[in-house]
Design a protein around this ligand. Structure first.
Ligand code: GUN
Length: 283
């Protein structure tokens, strides 16, 4: 079997088109959906990420205000800035780019963001809302993965999904979302003994550890759907995921590529969350 590709670029394009339409509808009511992006310091990868977020936003009619602060900014000053953004009715979403400089407590900073503006979905209130099935903001990467499964018409009910990775922003929320769709969910991680024995039972595998070739063909049940959240560099410096793509695509029924898979979907879901925040504020 050669798997079909789930094209993250194409799906993200459709989602951006939908966001553009909904943004125009809000603008017609005099509301300009606006995202505040807070960047502290000069981490090179973060510079690239925020540039993409600003470009994606403007392409869909959202306004993204990028504010850059020096690496030496005090934590108190950053918290004060977040409180000001919380209180600004013209700002609908707040994103504090991570990582923050070492002298700051990232958890404390994220908790300062109003849950109503937490478009990253990283706040404890957002995680709790997902856990108990209440409205909130879902983290962008696992939400993008769920949209990818929806795009192929995949029925999760009664299926076994194995999530590899237990981060607060991908693995754990992904497991909750899959459980919410009535899948049976197993969460594994890099220390799981005999990972293959578990993944071979999976109808859906979500790999989110950050380790090249973590998922090999012998670990995949024929016909399984494989979503690759990994973002690694191989020996030649090329971007690659956690899945041995060339071999696994011969076993899986559907697979996401890296690049062009989950990555563009993460970016698209940030736009969706920002628009959603503006729509909720508008009532
Ligand atoms: N740093 C790397 N990815 C992300 C992300 O999705 N959100 C934030 N806030 N920081 C990041």
């Amino acid at each position: 079997m050669t798997a079909q590709l789930i094209d993250g670029n194409a799906l993200a394009r459709q989602i951006r088109a939908d966001v553009s339409g909904r943004t125009a509808a809000l603008q017609a009511r005099g509301i300009q959906p606006t995202l505040a992006i807070v960047l502290v310091g000069d981490d090179p990868a973060s510079q690239v990420y925020v540039k993409h977020k600003v470009n994606d936003s403007s392409e869909t009619g959202l306004v993204a205000n990028l504010e850059r602060h020096p690496a030496g900014m005090s934590e108190a000053a950053l918290l004060a800035r977040i409180h000001a953004l919380n209180d600004d009715p013209a700002v609908h979403g707040i994103l504090v780019q991570l990582p923050l400089p070492k002298h700051m407590d990232s958890h404390k900073v994220i908790e300062a963001i109003s849950p109503a503006k937490d478009v990253d979905g990283f706040h404890v209130a957002s995680a709790g809302a997902l856990m108990v099935g209440q409205p909130g903001f879902w983290p962008c990467t696992p939400h993008g993965c769920l949209k990818m499964l929806d795009s192929i018409g995949y029925e999760l009910r009664g299926k076994h999904a194995v999530v590899i990775g237990r981060s607060n922003i991908v693995g754990k929320p992904m497991a909750m979302m899959l459980l919410g769709r009535s899948a049976t969910v197993t969460i594994c991680h890099s220390a799981t003994a005999d990972l293959g024995a578990i993944t071979r039972q999976a109808d859906v595998i979500v790999a989110a550890v950050g380790k090249q070739n973590l998922v090999t063909a012998d670990m995949v049940k024929p016909g399984a759907v494989v979503l690759d959240v990994g973002m690694n560099r191989n020996a030649e410096g090329k971007l690659c995921g956690d899945v041995d793509f060339d071999a696994v695509k011969e076993v899986a029924s559907w697979i996401t590529p890296v690049p062009g898979g989950v990555g563009p979907m993460t970016r698209a879901m940030l736009l969706v969350n920002t628009l959603e925040a503006a729509e909720r504020a508008a009532g």
